[in-house]
Design a protein around this ligand. Sequence first.
Ligand code: GLC
Length: 539
Amino acid sequence: MDSQEIAWWQHGIVYQIYPRSFQDSNGDGIGDLAGIIQRLDYVRDLGVNAVWLSPIYPSPMADFGYDVADYTGIHSLFGDMADFDRLLAETHRRGLKLILDLVPNHSSNQHPWFLESRRSRDNPRRDWYFWRDPAPDGGPPNNWLSVFGGPAWTFDETTGQYYLHQFAREQPELNYRNPEVLAAMQAVMRFWLDKGIDGFRVDVIEFILKDEQLRDEPENPDWDGVDPHGRLKHIHTRDLPGVHDLIREFRGVVDAYPERVMIGEVFQFDETIVSYYGAGGGGCHLPFNFRLIYRDWSAPSVREAVASYEAALGSEHWPNWVLGNHDQHRIATRVGFEQARVAMLLLLTLRGTPTVYYGDEIGMEDVSIPPERIQDPAALNQPAVAHIFGRDPERTPMQWDDSPNAGFCPPAMTPWLPLAEDFRQRNVARQDADPDSMLNLFRRVTALRQGEPALYRGTYREISLGEADAGVLGYLREAPGARRFLVLLNFAAHPWQLDLAALGAGAEVRVASHGGREGPVALNNLALGADEGLVLALD
Ligand code: GLC
């Protein structure tokens, strides 16, 4: 079997671009499509296979594009449809795929559908959203909470009813129990698929069906007392059994086109994730697997995360791994700059499709945002926990070089979010010139992965390292007839001496997290440095 026999999205590496922050081409301090086109050679040379763009549609930007006012247009901030067509063509010309973000759970409150819906109680689109009378005391119809703080209902004077929104109040939820809504969203999908995009990342896919009776949610006995939204158990707003029927309807649209992918955003950390592949594989090709994000960063914890996920999937479902995105604190901030290299080796050598967040390949860190520049609704609505749930810090401009504004936008402009203070030290140009940089490490490991069947489609087998299991994760990647690989990742800040004679006499270091180690090594007495990761080809 060679790479032709698995789908591109199984073989491939997905690179997420947050369009506002990648490259500004028109000097307004906000990234745009023409800017992305300018940087496509860089993306291709990373050795990734697909680009996923966070939303680029017309939007009042209450949630930075996740509040869509027109599902089949392009926001003027980002360009126009001609720019999009050019981006798609240029992406494909480089052998890359293009994945768009589909946000079906809610629209903007400025979407014509909602503007109509709110007009009167008998408007034909009234039932496209959730409208309910106030509770007897005049308050919201039930106790549901918004992820961004406060109740999930907002009162609308026009008709004296509340509407539902599980995110910002500017993001009213669409009602998929009305078949017209599903049909409208399927038409949106066809619009983009007909243009030739290669798939969708579907936003909060497990939220799209709500309890028909809108029953109150129970208190969460395991609440950590920190996340206001976590106070309730979301048994009536998330992961309802019927959601899989709806997902199958979305997937049906995707399947009418060859070689497309559907990735779903789900927050499931146990075997429930398997249900999102759908019965008979009719769900998401890849339900995002976020378990590395919500874990302690230690060898035992990561070992268990991989083992439980692998066991749940079996050989039937294709795995995927994510270390960061536009909603999560940067990996380099969470685990430190040294461990970020280990994390990248892990992401790119586990079994399954990796998704990489822009800037993580150079070890970008969270940027602390002065209070007056905070923009994210999750932070603005919840000042007490803004430092935990605010998402601006991980959305800052890409650090291209050491010129003013890091090459992201013209020197005289103020970028929409502040740049990292250390961008003069940590940027693409500088790392490009340094063979031991994180960027060149990233390129080395993607290059290796792309050419080695054991790495892109082989099995995963955990190995036991005795005492060192406390600090080191070791695993084999194997495919019939292909070169075998051993991956050793030291999560600890101290070295180990390993005896791996059981795996053979010799091996060759093919990629090392820190420079100068490539070449043959003896397996019976292998030194693994502090914070070191090695990818070894076995004899
Ligand atoms: C998803 C997106 C996030 C957005 C939310 C509401 O979680 O990743 O950025 O705020 O959905 O659309």
